[in-house]
Design a protein around this ligand. Sequence first.
Ligand code: ATP
Length: 368
Amino acid sequence: MARVEFKNVVKEYVDPKRGKFTAVTGSDFVINDKEFVVFVGPSGCGKSTSLRMMAGLERQTSGDIIIGDRVVNDMHPKDRDIAMVFQDYALYPHMTIKENLSFGLKNLKRPKAEIESKVKDAAAILGLEEMMDRKPSELSGGQRQRVAVGRAIVRDPKVFLFDEPLSNLDAKLRVQLRVELAELHKRLGATIVYVTHDQVEAMTLGERIVVMNKGAIQQIASPTELYNKPNNMFVAGFIGSPAMNFIDTRIEGGKAVIEGASFALTDAMAAALKNYEGKEVVMGIRPEHIYGDDFAPNVSKDHTLQAQIQVIENLGAENLLYFRIGSRMITARVNPETEARVGQMKTFVVDRSKLTFFDPKTEVRIPY
Ligand code: ATP
């Protein structure tokens, strides 16, 4: 069983400038056999450190790491039955592609026929057959990354670990390789742990996503659940592009009151916000849940606000309209047929059923 478990894993570094610094504050999770799990978060959040501890490239300060059914705390990376793919490919420049693919198995002194057959299969899966005799310098970035993946595949590991494998590629190639990786996962039925700072990559690849910030896991959930039920304002703001809007709001007499507008709460919202009567909350609304009143086909027009359009970004398939509520800049993601001019006072329709509320002190979502 290729599962990976962290039990209260902590990593501290002693840094000459910062002193003792906790990069991972105490992680607990189980990655199931055959699951594709993505770690995502801003730079420095501890996601690479988590992956490197799984690989055995860093020793955790405390806690247990389990791969399969073995505690691997003190096990050397090569004995962990994992294969890691790095951002910079880490290919041997003087070797051909075929030699690069064979190298690991030769080191393990596997029979020649087995090496031949595994390398051939990996090359076929990744479309590398035509370039087996070339050197890495004669390959494009995308092809090199395929070789790096191939080198992991031939080892037939329990777990694949990917550390930002696509970040050196241009945008178009990234999308293409993202699709290839998703297909590869289905085909191999392998357990994959994947680190990225790109939330789109996380949402499209991960069956479950681990969102980290400042060394701490903020939420572990499926992409849909993260999007619809974020644990807190960090997750709500990090997942989704453009980001969720946050609006300072007061709960008064069963209404959510913002500058210039108020929305009647549903019964479920009112019940959840009972203890906030007369108090401040933060209201979250995603840009796609704000419509121009002239183009809001499937949404009740009972809940509106008026604002002056500050900026328009025309993206072709959709337009982004920016306006202010109080000091906050708000984004609406609207159908391009929506009438909009910079400076125009516009009536916007808000899909009330999609409102999300957060406690302003703890920043935790108030569930309803
Ligand atoms: P990035 O996307 O920038 O790689 P990350 O989320 O992967 O970020 P980590 O590489 O896990 O972040 O680093 C987490 C924190 O630990 C950072 O603040 C980093 O500076 C620190 N750190 C990492 N390695 C060391 C080290 N060897 N010594 C001291 N501090 C380190």
